[in-house]
Design a protein around this ligand. Structure first.
Ligand code: B4P
Length: 190
């Protein structure tokens, strides 16, 4: 199995690039953002709890997200997983490592998309015009998401840097160019 974490601040293109990567490398896509939005759409108790945090630009509590991922990992047939938007805290990273160890596998590479803050805000506001996402159409909430990223999520890259697994990839430019850089790094490590 070859498992990848696609890492980066909100709006850095994780969702966009994940779609292409899972199709090229035949990986199972695990996006905690997508799973949470589907829980919200179905108005499940988990979704209703998550919505309170997401609407304010805050992270959903670790125990909720870790529980969700641990059931999603029960899929022995796949060639590997692509984690998109997970882990977002050091506690989530430690929990993921433990879960993967139980499956006798590990993270192969962490690809970190680098995008400037102004570009992130512009992209998310643009997406907010059509996405219907309540966390994309308010500049205060977008800024809160970026603050949350610096406060809690950027430490996840430091955690994996200790194991020499992190590679910074320029995340500005065309979607095709960024995809090529991501694939080049995966092909080198796979
Ligand atoms: P997510 O759903 O993970 O999404 P995201 O960070 O908003 O965006 P992403 O980086 O995937 O951007 P995209 O490709 O779509 O998180 C949403 C919320 O869920 C979080 O704030 C949090 O509350 C909660 N959550 C999720 N996971 C959690 C966890 N593990 N723990 C706790 N809470 C969690 O790109 C954005 C836009 O840019 C798109 O419009 C796209 O078209 C555009 N774009 C992409 N690439 C481009 C390029 N190269 N050039 C120009 N535009 C580009």
């Amino acid at each position: 199995m070859f498992n990848i974490i696609l890492f980066g601040p909100p709006g850095s293109g994780k969702g966009t690039q994940s779609e292409r990567l899972v199709s090229k490398y035949e990986l199972k896509h695990l996006s905690t953002g997508d799973i949470l939005r589907s829980e919200i759409a179905r108005e499940t108790p988990l979704g209703l709890e998550a919505k309170n945090f997401m609407d304010k630009g805050q992270l959903v509590p670790d125990e909720v997200v870790i529980g969700m991922i641990s059931s999603a990992l029960d899929n022995p047939q796949v060639k590997g997983f692509l984690f998109d938007g997970f882990p977002r805290t050091e506690a989530q990273a430690e929990a993921l490592d433990k879960l993967l160890k139980l499956k006798q596998t590990e993270i192969g590479v962490v690809l970190a998309l680098m995008v400037s803050e102004e570009e992130l805000v512009q992209r998310l506001l643009n997406r907010g015009l059509t996405s219907g996402r309540s966390d994309d159409n308010n500049v205060e909430v977008i800024r809160a998401r970026i603050v949350e990223y610096h406060k809690k999520t950027s430490a996840v890259a430091d955690y994996y840097r200790k194991f020499n697994k992190v590679f910074d990839i320029p995340g500005e430019g065309s979607v095709d160019e960024i995809f090529k850089s991501l694939c080049a790094k995966i092909d080198e490590r796979i």
